[in-house]
Structures are given as C-alpha cells and as structure tokens.
Design a protein around this ligand. Structure first.
Ligand SMILES: [Zn+2]
Length: 307
C-alpha cells in the first residue's frame, strides 16, 4: 500500500532535487526552466520532476501531494494522479499578511489543508478558485470554518467582491496580499466564473483550465474567444515569467496528448508555458472566429483546443 499521508517538500535549489518516490520516473525531458531574468521580477525555479501517476496505481508510493517551492513565497502543489486522474496543480502565494490558495484541489482529503497550513505561518488564508469545476473546488469543505480562513464562494458576485472586479468580465480586478498585488482577469468560456491571476512580483500568470498543456475544453466558445483575446492583450503589456495552468495532459512529444482520464503520464509535458503560447492561442481563436467552430480538436504542439 502506498502512503496516503506523506508530504514531499521539494526545495527550489534546483541541483539536488530528489525524484518523486515513484516507480515511474521519466529518464528524458527533465523539466529545467531557468528564469530568464526580467530584472523587475522575483526569480523562481521550475526545476522539478512532478509525480505523474503509475501504470498500476495499487503499487503507487507517491505522496498525496507534492510541493515545489518556485521561490520562498510561491509554492506549487500537485495532487497524486492515482488519487485523482485530474491531478490538478494548485498555487500558494504568500504576501506579508495574507496567503492565497488558488484552487482547493480535486479531493476531499484534509492533506492539502494540513500541507498549506504548514506553509503559510501565521498569515490569514484566503481560498479562491480559478473556476467552479469540482476538480478545483472539491477541497473547499476542508477549509471552511477553519481559523483565520476565508473561502471565496463560487458565485460571480463573491468573486467580483473579493477581487474588486467592477464590471464582469471586462474590468480588471486586483487584490493585495501584503506587499504582493495580484491582478485578476475574468476569463469565462471554459466555465462561466473563470478568472486568471497575474502576480506582479513574480510575473507568473495563472491561467487555470483556460490555457495549460492539455485538453482545452470550452463550454461557451464565444466567451472563450473574447476572454483569450482580452487575456492576451493584458499579458502583452506586462512581463510574463511563465504561464501556469492547472493540469498537464500533453506528452513531451509535440501534439500528443494522453487519453483523457489516464492515471499514468510518463514523459509528460512540462507545466510551464510562455507568453508566446498565449499569443499562439489568441491567434488560433481569432482564426477560428467568434462562433463555435466546426470540427476539432485543434491540436497544437503544446495544447489542444477542444470546443
Ligand atoms: Zn475546469
């Protein structure tokens, strides 16, 4: 039996990283992404091998969550694919007085809460969501009612109030965690209440299920079309260190995704995308037009557009 409670805290040093404690560590495509150093941005490291499930989950020995420190105040957590095939990535951003957890994960286990609690010190915890789908909100109940913790409701009104978005979806919002301002961009389309967050300190753009290396499912094409254009215009005027989504479903072979629902992803694509990928997505949706396109999926090297 694999452990359900172990937590791997994998540091950001980049040169002494242990592989995940699994049986399926890929021997190629070790994801090393040096931050290319916009001098105005706090640097971080994505030199990490993410746990990625097992061919036989009965033999999986990986922890329930894997924590990677991008830097001292930015933590990226992945859930175990053998617990949830969605294996979402969630983000912990530490300000001087508030910690933001962006998504509560795909399971109702208390491990994520215990892990986050160990990362944030005495800061207040705000739990917000990229969007309302269950694999991003299933852990809400484990945070609700905890001391010094606020869980943002899934309603559009609650999201607008939390981030100060005056007119949905066209106005920008923002939130200050204490010396750390995040901009909020409303990007409905994958789901009606979807937002992206941009961290002015690190230049990270957190895009949830709107853009990530995988199956980009879209519930409302015309909204998605407009949202991608608006997000790309936003990003074009800011330094973007990385575009970070909520899943990985592409292999490291260009244009090849894993079958949706798989619990084993050997040699998977790296998590991080770039501003150029957002521009590539923008150009693609513009070319496909504002009305739901026929056909698809529209497969690109690093993502697949699936209206
Ligand atoms: Zn979703």
């Amino acid at each position: 039996m694999r452990s359900l409670v172990a937590v791997a805290l994998i540091g950001c040093a980049g040169n002494t990283l242990p592989p995940p404690a699994g049986d399926d560590v890929p021997d190629v495509d070790a994801p090393v992404t040096p931050t290319d150093g916009d001098p105005g941005l706090e640097p971080g490291s994505l030199a990490v091998t993410w746990m990625h499930g097992s061919a036989n989950c009965n033999t999986n020995t990986d922890p329930e969550v894997q924590v990677h420190a991008y830097n001292a105040t930015t933590l990226i957590i992945r859930q175990n694919k053998c617990d949830t095939f969605e294996a979402p990535f969630v983000y912990v951003l530490l300000g001087s007085d508030t910690a933001l957890l962006f998504d509560s994960g795909a399971t109702q286990s208390t491990t994520l809460r215990q892990t986050v609690s160990g990362l944030i010190g005495s800061r207040a915890l705000l739990v917000a969501h990229t969007h309302a789908h269950g694999d991003h909100t299933a852990g809400d109940g484990t945070f609700t009612g905890q001391p010094n913790t606020t869980v943002v409701a899934k309603s559009q009104a609650a999201i607008q109030a939390t981030f100060g978005i005056a007119t949905w979806p066209t106005d920008l919002g923002s939130i200050d965690l204490g010396g750390r301002v995040l901009d909020a961009v409303a990007i409905p389309g994958h789901e009606a209440q979807h937002i992206a967050l941009y961290d002015r300190n690190t230049g990270l753009l957190l895009t949830g299920d709107t853009l990530y290396p995988g199956h980009l499912f879209i519930s409302n094409w015309s909204q998605y079309h407009d949202s991608v254009i608006r997000l790309a215009e936003f990003a074009a005027t800011r330094p973007i260190a990385h575009v970070l989504g909520a899943h990985v479903e592409m292999t490291s072979t260009p244009g090849q995704a894993y079958p949706y629902g798989t619990t084993f992803q050997p040699a998977e694509h790296v998590l991080e995308l770039t501003a150029a990928h957002l521009e590539e997505l923008r150009a693609a949706v513009v070319q496909l037009g504002p009305s739901t396109p026929n056909g698809g999926p529209f497969v690109h090297d690093d993502f697949s557009i699936e209206p």
